[in-house]
Design a protein around this ligand. Structure first.
Ligand code: NAG
Ligand code: NAG
Ligand code: NAG
Length: 248
């Protein structure tokens, strides 16, 4: 028994750590969220001086703040900084790395539980890679969905994007305060499975039986006030930016 007891403890420890790191418990979906700076800035009072969609975040569908001791360190992504500044700008604090630090702590540390994203460099470079790969800006232009004073129907936008990617996006708007007003296009989510293959955002993934109690739907924790899934029946306004601002 003297030998057996420590052995049993080891087995128990091995089993419990196997449970914690089990793939069953890992995120199964990544959500690449992009924002339209003009709409974001109309809510947050910043200068929307960019006329292209920018990254808001790359969010795994499970977990928040998964490792508080893993601090953001911009030296680790030095080579990515020019692209980060362009594609993932902090619209509220230009030239600060606050936004990246926040996204890393909240979502990156959880994404990093998968071997494919287990460093800051892997996480941020994957986000940039997916951003360029989906190329939302050119895709919308190809669909002839262009910021203008004309209103779109929600299905024109949703079905166009879905046809193009072969996967359902999740689209968020600022809702009108009056019945006669349009909703304003604000954020577009494009989803991937753990192998970075495009997936329907609504698609239901196999649920895990033992979560760590960290389940937190990214939609709820990240939506700026006033932004939520667009209404199918309200016209959509895609607000143009003052001409002369840089395009991607
Ligand atoms: C946008 O405006 C901010 C604040 O006025 C400025 O710091 C930033 O450099 C501008 N960005 C671009 C791309 O013009
Ligand atoms: C949390 O991050 C620290 C610092 O990078 C690392 O040493 C540690 O292994 C991480 N913990 C987990 C559970 O991943
Ligand atoms: C940040 O990362 C760089 C490059 O990997 C490393 O040399 C430096 O020690 C890190 N700084 C901190 C505070 O961890």
């Amino acid at each position: 028994m003297r030998l057996l007891f420590p052995l049993l403890l080891c087995v128990a420890a091995a089993l419990s750590s196997a449970v914690i790191t089990s793939p069953l418990n890992l995120w199964t979906k990544l959500i690449l969220t992009q924002q339209w700076p003009n709409t974001f800035c109309s809510m947050e009072h910043c200068h929307p001086n960019l006329s292209y969609w920018t990254v808001h975040g790359l969010w795994p569908n499970k977990g928040n703040d998964c490792n508080s001791s893993w601090h953001f360190n911009s030296s680790e992504i030095e080579d990515l900084l020019p692209d980060m500044k362009k594609c993932w700008p902090d619209l509220l604090h230009p030239s600060s790395s606050q936004f990246w630090k926040y996204e890393w702590s909240k979502h990156g540390t959880c994404a990093a539980e998968a071997a494919s994203l287990n460093s800051q460099h892997k996480y941020f470079s994957k986000a940039l890679e997916l951003y360029h790969k989906v190329d939302l800006n050119s895709m919308l232009i190809k669909l002839n969905i262009i910021p203008s004073d004309k209103y779109y129907t929600f299905s024109e936008i949703e079905e166009g994007i879905e046809r193009f990617y072969g996967a359902k996006p999740k689209i968020q708007c600022v809702h009108p305060s009056k019945n006669s007003e349009p909703q304003i296009l604000g954020q577009i989510e494009i989803c991937f499975d753990a192998d970075f293959t495009l997936q329907d955002c609504e698609k239901h993934f196999s649920t895990d039986s033992f979560s760590r109690g960290q389940w937190d739907h990214p939609l709820d924790v990240n939506k700026p006030s006033g932004l939520s899934v667009c209404d199918h029946d309200i016209p959509v306004y895609y607000p143009p930016v003052i001409p002369g601002y840089p395009h991607v």
